[in-house]
Design a binder for this molecule. Structure first.
Ligand code: PLP
Length: 354
């Protein structure tokens, strides 16, 4: 598929690298590819960043038919531009889409559009340590039809946003509120896909946690509220004794690419890792006995987010000494060194954009 490129005639001023926040500044261009039943994906184009025009009856506005991805491009100290496991994002966009009957976008088309867009806006990739270009690919249903049924037309879009270092002053432990009222997902639901609807349903819990002074929610399984699922936008891992535990993928949590990368590193280092259902009680018990040495979230945005404290129904539990665990710090260092091209990538995870 050829991509028609229309460059902007009015390039925007780049943001000040000193105060980059998350996701509020966008680059000069965006990629669009349309889908029409009977014609397939067509009209791939890169155009100046602009508003999108939609029919008010478009499916996405009424029934939330939308899936998305989150990934980053990294500038290396020696001037290369890297992506991290981008095909995994392309494949996950398709498995998310499958659940909402969104047609498959060939991985090659995703990659070609992604590379062309990032290459065109490469001057927007921040160059300071630990800064990156956040990439948001997403697909939404555009058919103008209020009946609840599969849409026959879609748009795939990629937008780009320069983001600052997640930890400007080094890893910083977060406090987590364990949500025992609202549910995020249940077996057979959409918990395993990256769709806007999951986030719409999570906002009230996130807001509640914020009001109590907690930055994130830890979700329990929707059916029994007994087992650990995941944190707001991250998968979660626990170091109990000498073992790293993480909830298994049973369809209620997102199969994170960071989760998979961290498990690969840990196994490579000879650390015992176990994927299984983790009862909240087991965690509490380990915390009380001083065996819960580390807990951390893993996801693209923060890479690793050490957890210093849990609040469970008003009771507060400290993890380890409340600071940053040795393993958390090591995983963070090794993974970010690969992503920012500061260390050799023996896993073949990085893809250079020329
Ligand atoms: C995106 C996301 C993650 C993390 O996935 P990564 O591929 O590691 O970025 C975890 N949980 C949820 C709910 C997510 O949406």
């Amino acid at each position: 598929m050829d991509i028609k490129i229309t460059k902007t005639t009015q390039p925007k001023a780049k943001p000040d690298g000193n105060n980059l926040s998350f996701g509020s500044v966008f680059t000069d261009h965006m990629l669009l590819i349309d889908y029409e039943e009977g014609q397939g994906w067509k009209d791939a184009r890169i155009i100046p960043y602009q508003d999108i025009c939609l029919n008010p009856a478009a499916c996405v506005l009424h029934y939330g038919v939308e899936v998305f991805e989150g990934m980053k491009a990294y500038n290396t100290p020696d001037g290369r531009l890297l992506l991290f496991r981008p095909e995994a994002n392309a494949r996950r966009l398709n498995s998310s889409g499958e659940r909402l009957l969104i047609p498959e976008l060939p991985v090659e088309t995703f990659m070609k559009g992604l590379k062309a867009l990032v290459a065109l806006d490469r001057e927007w990739v921040p160059t300071r340590p630990d800064q990156s270009l956040y990439i948001r690919p997403f697909t939404f249903a555009t058919e103008a039809h209020l009946g609840v049924s599969r849409s026959h037309s879609y748009t795939f879009c990629i937008i780009l946003s320069p983001v600052g270092a997640y930890y400007p002053e080094g890893l910083d432990p977060v406090k987590i509120f364990v949500e025992d009222d609202f549910s995020r997902s249940v077996k057979g639901g959409t918990g395993y896909i990256k769709c806007g609807g999951n986030y719409a349903g999570s906002l009230a819990a996130q807001y509640k946690a914020k009001q109590y002074g907690y930055s994130q929610v830890l979700w329990l399984d929707g059916a029994e509220k007994k087992y650990i699922d995941e944190v707001g936008t991250m998968n979660v891992m626990f170091v109990i004794g000498d073992e790293v535990l993480t909830p298994e993928l049973t369809g209620t949590i997102l199969p994170g690419i960071t989760r998979d990368s961290v498990l690969t590193l840990l196994r490579d280092w000879g650390v015992k890792t176990t994927e299984r259902r983790i009862p909240l009680n087991e965690l509490l018990d380990a915390a009380k006995k001083g065996r819960l040495r580390e807990a951390f979230g893993v996801g693209t945005a923060a890479v690793i987010s050490p957890i210093g404290e849990f609040n469970i129904s008003g009771e507060r539990f400290r993890v380890g000494n409340g600071g940053i665990g040795l393993l958390s710090q090591k995983i963070y260092n090794v993974l970010t060194d690969i992503q920012w091209g500061r260390a050799e990538d023996k896993y073949g995870w990085t893809v250079e954009i020329k």
